[in-house]
Write a protein that binds this ligand. Sequence first.
Ligand SMILES: [Zn+2]
Length: 271
Amino acid sequence: MPELPEVETIARGLAIAVVGKTIDSVTVLLPRVVVPEPERFAELAAGERIAAVGRRGKFVVISLASGRQLVVHLRMTGRLIVQGAGATIPEPYTNVILRFRDGWQLCFADVRTFGRMRLVEPEEPWAAEVGVEPLSSDFSLDRFSSLLHGRTTPVKVLLLDQRRIAGIGNIYACEALWEARIHPNRSSGSLSRPARRRLHHSITDVLRRAIELRGTSARDYVDADGLRGGFQNVLSVYGRHGKECPRCSRSIVRTVVAGRGTWWCRSCQRS
Ligand SMILES: [Zn+2]
């Protein structure tokens, strides 16, 4: 599933490709992936100009000139692929096509069809449940400490909770905990101040480094230009069961924390 760095990369690529373009028409090929229902969705979107493309948590947010927003959740296998003028065949598994007046089009493709594209009104509080952005100035050490305070939840589970911190999924939770040398099952509220500081730093550090490398292509993630990311080549623990820990050379283990595969080093993640 694309996490913050992948969604950020997709949003940046899309912004370059589609900002300023006007939507001419919309074709919904799979009705259940859009909200509101397809006819209304198409009617509202047609004629809108793309004002900006950004990200909130794991959502791609396409801002329209009227103040409405197209909020896209890619879920497992969703892709947003831009095609230049003259493209006759949409991307495979396309569920929604936005056609622009200049002949370009944006395909929302999704093999597994869990992804959603929602058109929200300017005043709709769709992000009310989404937690703090870890790369924003709101994500201070104090704010992070208050999220952990008093909680017995394993720290890895807390990192994945989108209502607390937005955008971190399994890959970057594993990587940040390794970087901070913290046991994934450690109860959140029991982390010492130095451990909290290390983890706060490692979260922002791993996310920034992953954005620089345009995300991780663990399975099928590609950006808006159809390109794979590069962070899979520098992962320290995620998916590396049985391989050497880059810090201490012992074997990386895989265990299950709250139903999710978790990769970590028994030797150097003891805090
Ligand atoms: Zn190690």
